[in-house]
Design a protein around this ligand. Structure first.
Ligand code: AR6
Length: 209
């Protein structure tokens, strides 16, 4: 599938897939919806997209670079103001800027853990990224949020392990809190998409037992 053409459209909080061959799966967690799609995060029309940033908030490669390129310089300027005021963003924490030229009105910036073998609290810090991003969305009245697969690129978190942490953190959050209508994991490539699909199936199967 062409990564650039993974369209989705949102009406009343539901995912509408406009193209037959796109990878997409969608489940309800109580009222809210959790979806996985294969596509480009920067093209998502959710109210917020989440950036897998680093503590400097000064941009970088991967999805961070793509967001700053697509959103324009106003995002970097807001990030600079945040760092000047509050200092570097600790791992697991989240801050919000506007979305510049993006379809998303907001960008939530979070810092995933660098994988060092799992002995430095990486699973908790990764779960914190998802929880704190969603908490911030709630505070801002943001109801639809798209996430990338945080930490599994440059930060080298093994994707099978990261997907389990990510899906569980989001499912637990949606089950326990109100205010978010839809969360979407936007996975860039087919293999990452498949791993998240397996992680979601495992969570669903566990809940049935
Ligand atoms: N849409 C969706 N996912 C994407 C996109 C996109 N446009 N581009 C890349 N990915 P990474 P990290 C996927 O490296 O591991 C940066 O330099 C990518 O395929 O972006 O948290 C920051 O400044 C992978 O599956 O984030 C930090 O220094 C996933 O996004 C550092 O990298 C995460 O890969 C953060 O590393």
């Amino acid at each position: 599938m062409d990564d650039q053409k993974a369209p989705s459209m949102f009406q009343r909080g539901f995912t509408f897939v406009l193209k037959g061959d796109v990878n997409v799966v969608s489940v309800k967690i109580g009222k809210p919806r959790l979806s996985l799609i294969q596509g480009d995060l920067t093209k998502q029309p959710t109210q917020a997209i989440v950036n897998a940033a680093n503590s400097s908030l000064m941009g970088g490669g991967g999805v961070d670079g793509a967001i700053h390129r697509a959103g324009g310089s106003s995002i970097l300027k807001e990030c600079q103001e945040i760092v000047a005021r509050d200092g570097r963003l600790p791992t697991g924490q989240a801050v919000v800027t506007t979305g510049g030229r993006l379809l998303a009105k907001y960008v939530i910036h979070t810092v995933g853990p660098v994988w060092t073998g799992g002995r430095r609290d990486e699973p908790k810090l990764l779960a914190d990224c998802y929880r704190n991003s969603l908490r911030l969305a709630q505070e801002k009245g943001i109801r639809t949020v798209s996430f990338p697969s945080i930490s599994t690129g440059a930060f080298r978190y093994p994707v099978e392990q990261a997907a389990k942490v990510a899906v569980k953190a989001v499912v637990d959050f949606l089950r326990d809190s109100e205010g978010i209508d839809e969360v979407i994991f936007v996975l860039f490539d087919t293999s990452t998409y498949r791993v998240y699909e397996d992680a979601l199936k495992a969570v669903k199967d566990n809940r049935r037992r």
